[in-house]
Design a protein around this ligand. Sequence first.
Ligand SMILES: NC(=O)c1ccc[n+]([C@@H]2O[C@H](COP(=O)([O-])OP(=O)(O)OC[C@H]3O[C@@H](n4cnc5c(N)ncnc54)[C@H](OP(=O)(O)O)[C@@H]3O)[C@@H](O)[C@H]2O)c1
Length: 273
Amino acid sequence: MKPMNFRGRWVLITGASSGLGLEMARLLAKEHGAHIIAVARREDRLLALKAELEGAHGVRVLPLVADLTRPGEAERVHAAAVEGRAVDGVILNAGVTFYGRVLEQPAESFDTMLATNVTSVVQLSQRFAADFVRRGEGALMLVASMAGFSPLPYQATYAATKSFVISFGRGLAHELRKTGVSVTVFAPGGIATEMLSLSGLDRKFKAGDLGIMSADACARIAVEALVRRRELAVPGLLNRFLATMMKLLPHAFIVQRSAALYEGGLLKEPSKP
Ligand SMILES: NC(=O)c1ccc[n+]([C@@H]2O[C@H](COP(=O)([O-])OP(=O)(O)OC[C@H]3O[C@@H](n4cnc5c(N)ncnc54)[C@H](OP(=O)(O)O)[C@@H]3O)[C@@H](O)[C@H]2O)c1
């Protein structure tokens, strides 16, 4: 498939108020001249992004305040995004995690995670991909995680949602392969973002640690994968090496080594809700 040219065209990004989503919005505006539809709950962050990108790069930014856990929100976001404009790129990046034992995860935390990481991804993919197919062009990217390549004790429910995203995205990519529409699954390892601090994972993993990427370095690889319409992208040499090992080494060994990352200290402290 031909690379996408987003200059002067609209790209929607969920979770554009922080971390990876924010950096992807910045790069798409600055280096690709894309107009941005920025979706998240925190309006102040979206308004600041609008002022920043419109002032610096002459693109347009539509802030779309939305809570993707609410029933009907995907439909509302889609309708508002396409009103009076064509959207040519969609990055479904919003996501939340929970670190801790499965038996300690509150039911509402799981409901929120499922709605954000899974349900909204399917609902938004269906709506925007249908538009792309009608026009014969478009690029969709789903942000998964390396956590989705194998069971991950102590982030077990999160890893399961990301396995879903990988499987769903790759299946959809195949279904759409002759339509001019690309579906990219982006599966990063650790990134230094609010997700680490919000979940308490920052007690173990910090910016600068081996294997923890900066959000802007990770975003650069993600945007490249979207533009080049790759089917699956894992950013960073170390992550790609680990992803290969996860396929080759015995399952029990991988799960045991992953669990050991947390058992070495992290779980001695109480988890955040
Ligand atoms: N950080 C990592 O180590 C890592 C590793 C692999 C994959 N990932 C994936 O990368 C993606 C981005 O995460 P990040 O690391 O950049 O984390 P982050 O900084 O915490 O960003 C998460 C984004 O999702 C938005 N969001 C969360 N719940 C939402 C909801 N109900 N409705 C609308 N927006 C919502 C947040 O915005 P508001 O709070 O303003 O709504 C925020 O913009 C996620 O899918 C994550 O699973 C992260």
